[in-house]
Design a binder for this molecule. Structure first.
Ligand SMILES: Cc1cc2nc3c(=O)[nH]c(=O)nc-3n(C[C@H](O)[C@H](O)[C@H](O)COP(=O)(O)O)c2cc1C
Length: 195
């Protein structure tokens, strides 16, 4: 079976964002594995307006050009790692907007999470897990959370995430789960497509 294709989604877009650092960190770890192929996907490359279609693309094809390009990109992958902050204890609006702009493209695929912030993005990630279920996705149990003093050290004091060595085992655990579930769902989707 071909290696599963995993998108690592940089889920914040503001000019001063921190998000690309943890995204590149997990990308480097994922790229060293031979059981998946990883690609960074940056929401900055998909500047969509606040949702302005007549319906979800589950029901009516979208008109917005960037949204169509985004849907095509999402469709390329078998699973996704959302690298996210939390904004006021929730999912960053730009990420939720991007998620809402696709539907069938997410279905029967996997979701994993790398969060950062005072509590490692945990509250946003719990919300994301619920959102992902509505999109007919399988959310992974284990997330990676860069939090507390460690987050402050990498965010404000120039510490490198690779120095947080305990995160390595945590990331491996999450990626192992992601590969298992992604392969299982890929086999099931392939069987469906042959019916
Ligand atoms: C609008 C806003 C709301 C925030 N709310 C939270 C929060 O609820 N919890 C938290 O841990 N950090 C919060 N922060 C701080 C972020 O963790 C920190 O700014 C982080 O760098 C944001 O991710 P980004 O740089 O990728 O945009 C908030 C930041 C912003 C800009």
């Amino acid at each position: 079976m071909a290696k599963p294709k995993i998108a690592i989604i940089i889920s914040t877009t503001r000019a001063a964002r921190f998000g690309e650092k943890p995204a590149k960190w997990i990308y480097d770890i994922a790229s060293q594995r031979d059981d998946m192929s990883a690609e960074l996907v940056d929401l900055r490359d998909y500047p969509m307006p606040f949702f302005d279609e007549v319906a979800s693309n589950a029901w009516v094809p979208s008109k917005n050009e960037v949204a169509l390009r985004w849907q095509k990109k999402v469709a390329e992958f078998d699973g996704y790692i959302f690298v996210t902050a939390e904004y006021n204890r929730g999912v960053p609006a730009v990420l939720k907007n991007a998620i809402d702009y696709a539907y069938p493209e997410w279905n029967k695929k996997t979701a994993a999470y790398v969060g950062y912030g005072s509590v490692g993005g945990a509250r946003a990630i719990e919300q994301l897990r619920l959102i992902n279920v509505e999109l007919q996705m399988a959310p992974m149990r284990t997330g990676v959370h860069i939090q507390g003093a460690d987050f402050m050290a990498v965010w404000q004091q120039g510490k490198d995430i690779t120095e947080l060595t305990y995160l390595q085992a945590n990331a491996k655990d999450m990626l192992d789960q992601l590969v298992w579930w992604t392969n299982a769902l890929k086999i099931a989707r392939d069987a469906d497509s042959k019916k």
